[in-house]
Design a protein around this ligand. Structure first.
Ligand SMILES: Nc1ncnc2c1ncn2[C@@H]1O[C@H](COP(=O)(O)OP(=O)(O)O)[C@@H](O)[C@H]1O
Ligand SMILES: [Mg+2]
Length: 393
């Protein structure tokens, strides 16, 4: 672009001034400016003409035009600059590694602005398909954790098919504190549940606005614009088929763990295995498997493996994570759900003890330390690959 304005005293900018201007150009994928990332490989000032070379991580990067435009805009705005020539190159493997290292460091020092405390474990409860009991497991596990005296956030990320308010017998309108929504609270034993669901956004306009957001964006909003306060756990009841949400979570909160709910039938195993695979591709760690609707125990205490047995074991072994528990098929689960009184609250029901055991196993199985770094590293590579392949990220 050619400009006619000149520096008041006719002088040209220094290289440092150009570099400073380039700090306004961010690589939106890597989340930092191109100077900080070491992507600026050459600055040349010749009178009123400035040449800048930017090295991109991949050839044909769809962000190239945007980065070029931003460089032109910010450098061109410097007094005394008449023309800006922006060229792009592609990084060699070493340079790429060092840029990724830097991006990783920056991401670690400056995580995105969620209101979820760093100390809270974030657990996404996922399954390949609906109807396997994901929401039932989420609320009962949340209750069992709260009964241990913990503060547990429950995010109902099933925007279209939300069921958490009904299962917990909670209703009401979410209020705003400052600019943030305040989750609804329910005290359980010595602990507290803080719950957020589309079901609490009574305001029709608000609800329509939320439904208009793409799913991933809606979940991001739920994480960023909600006053979660101090939490020990945040359980996320994931909608089915959530590759993009998992990617979003990986980028926003790389420490998110995935808990896979499966049922014994082989078909469900395959879907659940695919979910695990998806979680891994999104670079979230899988913490464990819960087998739901396993044996049916009749009133005489005889157990029937209606859907076959060992499915959860097999899946857990296949993906190399612990089987955290097996929840039998029992009418108390659906009855508790219908009554808004999760079975995990009722010590007269044998399933309360099972959910207590699962909660204990979850607490006892924190994610492996140090794996977070690996996660975000692979995550960035995945983002990069997706961008290269022209997929939406
Ligand atoms: N262990 C169980 N025993 C009996 N019924 C169950 C059990 N788990 C879930 N259900 C019932 O199965 C149905 C689907 O469960 P839900 O938690 O809504 O699944 P998802 O969230 O995966 O779609 C509900 O009617 C629920 O009450
Ligand atoms: Mg559900």
């Amino acid at each position: 672009m050619t400009r006619t304005d000149t520096h008041p005293d006719g002088s040209s900018p220094t290289e440092d001034e150009v570099r400073e201007a380039l700090r306004n150009v961010r690589d939106p994928e890597l989340g930092a400016d191109i100077v900080e990332l070491g992507m600026v490989t050459r600055i040349h000032v010749d009178g009123a003409e400035v040449a800048v070379e930017v090295a991109l991580t991949i050839a044909g990067c769809p962000l190239r035009a945007q980065i070029q435009r931003d460089v032109d805009l910010h450098v061109g705005a410097l007094p005394g600059v008449r023309s800006v020539v922006v060229t792009t190159g592609v990084m060699g493997p070493d340079q790429k590694r060092s840029v990724m290292d830097r991006a990783r460091r920056i991401a670690r020092d400056d995580p995105s602005a969620t209101d979820v405390p760093d100390t809270a474990r974030v657990v996404a409860v996922a399954s390949g398909k609906g109807g396997v009991g994901k929401s039932s497991v989420t609320v009962n596990l949340a209750v069992a954790l709260a009964r241990r005296g913990l503060t547990v956030g429950v995010l109902d990320a099933d925007i279209w098919g939300f069921s958490v308010p009904r299962l917990l017998g909670m209703q009401g309108d979410v209020e705003a504190r400052g600019k943030k929504m305040v989750p609804l609270e329910r005290h359980v034993g010595d602990g507290t549940l803080r719950v957020l669901s589309m079901g609490f956004l009574a305001d029709e306009d608000q609800a329509i606005m939320w439904r208009g957001l793409i799913l991933n964006r809606a979940v991001q909003q739920f994480l960023e614009d909600v006053h979660w306060g101090d939490l020990d756990f945040l359980l996320i009841d994931m909608p089915p088929g959530t590759g993009d949400i998992q990617m979003g979570l990986a980028r926003m909160m790389p420490r998110t763990e995935v808990l896979i709910v499966t049922t014994p039938p082989e078909a469900a195993q395959k879907v659940a295995a695919r979910t695990a695979d998806m979680a891994r591709k999104g670079y979230l760690q899988v913490t464990g498997v819960i087998e739901n609707m396993s044996d049916f125990i009749c009133e005489h205490g005889t157990s029937y493996a209606l859907f076959g047995s060992g499915g959860g074991d097999r899946l857990a072994a296949d993906i190399g994570v612990p089987l955290l528990g097996r929840v039998p098929l029992h009418p108390s689960v659906s009855a508790g759900g219908d009554a808004g009184a999760p079975v995990a609250l009722d010590d007269d029901q044998p399933l309360a003890a099972e959910f207590a055991r699962i909660a204990e196993a979850l607490v006892a199985n924190p994610p492996a330390t140090g794996s977070m770094e690996g996660c975000s590293a692979r995550m960035l590579e995945r983002v990069e690959a997706a961008v290269a392949a022209g997929e939406p990220v």
